[in-house]
Design a protein around this ligand. Structure first.
Ligand SMILES: [Fe+2]
Length: 140
């Protein structure tokens, strides 16, 4: 049994527009974890994973647009990290599609990526954006 990740305020990067997307991302990851815990059928799991992939892709493009507008100096590295995550996520989906038993391992991948990327790279990016004198955002 894999434990779902409960949202914590430690995950907040301090920019409402990004935090809303991260909460939604985590909800989608938790739906996949519910599937891995045997509560959902294969068709539903396939749909959830594809939907998670699309949502992640869209979310990354939103962050990249923000970084571009505010000329974030680490934008290139951050985009490379996003691209790497999308490749890995795509690989995970293919593995699950060919062998459902593999799905038991997939949530560990989600947890690692959400924790590693959101709590480090996204925090650094948000700190930079909030620190720019011309940044307009909705505070949490
Ligand atoms: Fe990011």
């Amino acid at each position: 049994m894999i434990t779902e990740i409960k949202w914590q305020d430690d995950f907040l990067v301090g920019i409402k527009e990004i935090d809303i997307l991260h909460k939604e991302l985590l909800e989608r990851i938790n739906l996949c974890i519910q599937g891995a815990n045997g509560r959902l059928g294969k068709i539903k799991i396939d749909q959830l994973m594809l939907s998670l992939f699309k949502y992640t892709q869209w979310h990354f493009r939103c962050e990249e647009a923000l970084m571009g507008v505010y000329e974030y100096p680490e934008i290139k590295t951050h985009i490379e990290e996003h691209d790497d995550i999308l490749i890995l996520l795509g690989d995970e989906i293919k593995k699950v599609q060919t062998n459902m038993t593999y799905f038991q391992e997939t949530p560990k991948f989600f947890l690692g990526w959400f924790g590693a990327h959101t709590l480090s790279s996204d925090m650094e990016m948000a700190d930079y954006l909030r620190g720019t004198s011309h940044f307009v955002y909705a505070a949490n």
